[in-house]
Design a protein around this ligand. Structure first.
Ligand code: NAD
Length: 500
């Protein structure tokens, strides 16, 4: 079985750490490869390569950096099927969903191609007589990215295209569960003409991550993953003096108002709850129905729609299923435990995915779509992120109760409201303490030229991912105030300088 190593200094490098993790095909349950768990010294070697590359990369003009990204974008397009197949094979999501993820990552590359414009800074002529003021947006140095399993292409691409476009160099630590795609991306970057050492990959676990958090050569850390780890990353890297953005977990609520279009609601919820087997940080995992009538109809409609769902392997089927397996046996077992917990807590299990067997793929990590009704705050299935195909329906009586419920939850990543009333939707956008809001849009993931991020315990750090915040995160502003005297003037000035 091949062991995936690292990508350092423009080439694949085998790891000598002697530690490895197994990579599975979730659709069959088979081990399909191994990934190295790099040592601290191997991680330091990647940082050293990035540090050396920074000295020349920071001087490359933004236009030339952008041209490499334009080439990278066309290589991504040319390799779309290969990359999507690799995502599907290791993650388990269906092929079209893998293509969708790649497209959303590619859009960040497109945004980063505009870097000459994005780095223009500010300029004021004559802030005082003969004095000009202007800002420089300079790169930070070596930046690190640590990504989760659920978007092996898109989440790394939330980070490195903007970081390197801004003139930084990068060390990426992908998820050890589906590590193949980031290395493919690194090879395409090299093919596009990226100088060696500008983008490096270290495969590994906590040992590598801790080096990235503490090494003084790392200037900034971007993290996406679960909240306990996000909090650890934020606390540790901030204490070591680094700039940090750490995106965490979620429990996204969709509020369904009595005037919402029932067909639109059920169609939107099916995709948002069960697409990618619920392994999306923007998945809707709670439907908040305002009124019992809304809830009764929705639960009935969802039950019928779930009965028509196809669940199966992400590739190789004549008709593509709606969702695939979960990423690992361990994760599938965790989701099954949550379903048992929900039953024990007294929620009504309307559709039970526990016994689901995928014919021909009996050893795959499948859990069937699951629906709970009468879920209440305080239940673990309501409070905690399950990250699987489990949708909870919570019943409330009023809009105000719905808002209070959503605002009381510890997470604040995404939310949606379904209504035909513009006033209600507008009020919801203002009242709700969540970073990304959809109005009749179930998964309101901002486009690459806007920024992505949650509130509360879904994000640690002030700046969101990509878009304008991405450029701010990966640059350091310097403001120059300049006077070019026409002659040498005598005399020192001891009072606070003011513009004359
Ligand atoms: P995870 O937190 O287990 O792992 C994320 C990364 O952290 C991986 O690279 C992993 O190797 C590393 N890691 C794990 N344990 C560590 C430790 N003790 N010390 C240092 N590093 C460690 O997350 P996951 O299971 O891969 O991904 C799913 C989670 O990611 C969910 O909670 C999901 O909501 C979240 N997520 C959030 C967003 C967002 O935008 N907010 C996007 C995608 C995923």
């Amino acid at each position: 079985m091949t062991v995936l190593g690292n990508y350092i200094d423009g080439q694949r490098v085998a790891s000598q750490s002697g530690r490895e993790a197994t990579v599975y095909n979730p659709a069959t349950g088979e081990a399909i490869g191994k990934v190295a768990l790099s040592s601290a010294d191997e991680t330091r070697a990647a940082i050293a390569s990035a540090q050396t590359a920074f000295e020349s990369w920071k001087k490359v003009s933004p236009l030339k950096r952008a041209r490499i990204l334009f080439k990278f974008k066309s290589l991504l397009e040319a390799n779309e099927s290969k990359i999507a197949a690799a995502i599907s094979q290791e993650h388990g999501k269906v092929f079209s969903d893998a293509v969708g993820e790649l497209t959303r990552g590619l859009e960040v590359v497109e945004f980063a191609c505009g870097i000459p414009h994005l780095l223009k800074g500010e300029h004021s002529l004559n802030v005082g007589s003969g004095v000009d003021s202007y800002s420089l947006m300079q790169p930070l140095g070596v930046c690190a990215g640590i990504s989760p399993f659920n978007f092996p292409a898109m989440v790394p691409m939330w980070m490195f295209p903007i970081a390197i476009a801004c003139g930084n160099t990068f060390v990426m630590k992908p998820s050890e569960k589906d590590p193949t795609v980031p290395v493919l991306l690194a090879e395409l970057l090299s093919e596009a003409g990226l100088p060696k050492g500008v983008f490096n990959i270290v495969n590994g676990d906590k040992e590598s991550v801790d080096v990235l958090l503490m090494d003084e050569r790392i200037q900034a850390v971007s993290f996406v993953g679960s909240t306990p780890i996000a909090e650890y990353i934020y606390a540790t890297a901030s204490a070591a003096g680094k700039r940090v953005q750490a995106l965490g977990g979620a429990k996204n609520h969709m509020v369904v108002m009595p005037d919402a279009d029932p067909e639109q609601v059920v169609n939107s919820l099916m995709g948002a709850a069960y697409g990618s087997a619920g392994e999306r940080c923007m998945a809707i995992s709670v439907a908040v129905c305002v009124g019992d009538e809304v809830a009764d109809r929705l639960v009935n409609d969802l039950t019928q729609a779930i009965a028509d769902m196809q669940v199966g392997p992400g590739t190789g089927q004549a008709v593509e299923p709606h969702m695939g397996p979960l990423v690992t046996r361990e994760h599938a077992d965790k989701v099954l435990d949550y379903i048992n917990t929900g039953v024990n807590e007294g929620a009504t299990l309307v559709v039970d995915g526990r016994e689901f067997i995928c014919k021909g793929h009996e050893t795959g990590f499948f859990v069937g779509p699951t629906l709970f009704d009468h879920v209440m705050p305080g239940m673990r299935v309501y409070e905690e992120e399950i990250f699987g195909p489990v949708l909870c329906v919570v019943r409330v009586n009023t809009y105000q109760e719905a808002v209070k419920l959503v605002n009381s939850h510890e997470y604040g990543n995404g939310t949606a409201i379904f209504t035909r009333d513009g006033d209600t939707a507008r009020q919801y956008s203002e009242d709700i303490q969540v970073g990304m809001v959809g109005i009749n849009v179930p998964i309101p993931v901002p486009m690459a030229f806007h920024s992505f991020g949650g509130w509360k315990r879904s994000l640690f750090g002030p700046l969101h991912m990509h878009g304008p915040d991405g450029v701010r995160f990966y640059t350091r502003m310097k403001t120059i105030t300049a006077r070019w005297p026409t002659g040498i003037r005598a005399g020192a000035e001891f009072s606070m300088p003011t513009m004359k």
